[in-house]
Design a protein around this ligand. Structure first.
Ligand code: NDP
Length: 250
């Protein structure tokens, strides 16, 4: 048991990569987990793994781009465990490539999942966290949000800049309202996950495969999770508002 004993943590995008690693580690540190993503089998497996290790976890199949489903996720978390202490807004996709109108459905999906999904989740938990005068909202943006625009991934970069901007606006808003809610924007560098497979453009995908081939130049999801859990475990008065997490020498 660790510093998260008794805390209820909701993780979106918990079916793989960073979200899965955060969920597992939070459970190891004593938290009760609410797992969300679209792939039920993977959520169910993760919940079983956490329970087999002595932890507590429930899951709900959720498409974060659907407001109703996100509202239901929040209700489900509260009815399962009575409260939500931490929301990890992690679900995301990364289709990349030069701007091409033929790919406008990918722009739509990116905006719906990576931006609106984050907003819906924040909107859903805010009334509950405000009523309790405590809570922690962690938005996973990207190193792309902390760099200037990318010619190879304009829409992804735009979406992640939006997430960072939402995080900072939310931080200021909750400070004005004195709600006690902490906000953290996390910008991961290159992390060894399945995210690269959401790239459909063959050239960009080949470039990403290259980028994601050197173990020295990327972090494992568990290493990224460690940084996120560290932010969660800070004493309540301390808020890590922004964190950019890259492997050393990259
Ligand atoms: P993965 O592809 O491993 O995980 C993405 C997760 O998002 C999956 O669990 C997926 O689950 C979920 N997801 C995608 N679309 C939806 C949706 N509509 N509704 C609910 N869940 C959804 O990639 P990562 O772990 O790398 O990505 C996690 C976050 O980290 C993303 O926001 C990404 O942009 C960010 N990031 C990652 C970096 C990296 O190098 N890996 C670098 C910078 C940022 P399912 O398909 O089951 O719904």
């Amino acid at each position: 048991m660790g510093n998260l004993t008794g805390k209820v943590v909701v993780v979106t995008g918990a079916s793989s990569g960073i979200g899965q690693a955060v969920a597992k580690m939070a459970a190891e540190h004593g938290a009760k987990l609410v797992l969300a993503a679209r792939r039920e089998e993977r959520l169910s497996e993760l919940a079983e793994t956490i329970k087999a290790a002595g932890g507590e976890a429930v899951y709900k199949v959720t498409d974060v781009s659907k407001k109703e489903q996100v509202m239901e996720l929040t209700d489900f978390a509260i009815s399962s465990f009575g409260q939500i202490d931490v929301l990890v807004n992690n679900a995301g996709i990364m289709p990349s490539g030069f701007l091409d109108i033929e790919k406008s459905d990918e722009w739509d999906a990116l905006i719906d999942i990576n931006i609106k999904g984050v907003l819906y989740n924040i909107g859903a938990v805010l009334p509950h966290m405000r009523a309790r005068k405590t809570g922690h909202i962690i938005n996973v943006s990207s190193v792309a949000a902390y760099e200037t625009a990318s010619p190879y991934a304009i829409v992804y970069s735009m979406a992640k800049h939006a997430v960072k901007n939402i995080s900072e606006g939310l931080r200021q808003q909750e400070a004005i309202l004195q709600t006690g809610i902490r906000v953290t924007d996390v910008g991961p560098g290159t992390i060894d996950t399945d995210l690269k497979y959401t790239i459909t453009d063959p050239q960009m995908r080949a470039a990403a495969m290259q980028q994601y081939s050197d173990p020295e130049k990327m972090l494992q999801p568990e290493e990224m999770a460690l940084a996120i859990i560290t932010a969660m475990e800070m004493p309540e008065k301390i808020a890590f508002n922004t964190m950019v997490v890259r492997p050393v020498n990259s």
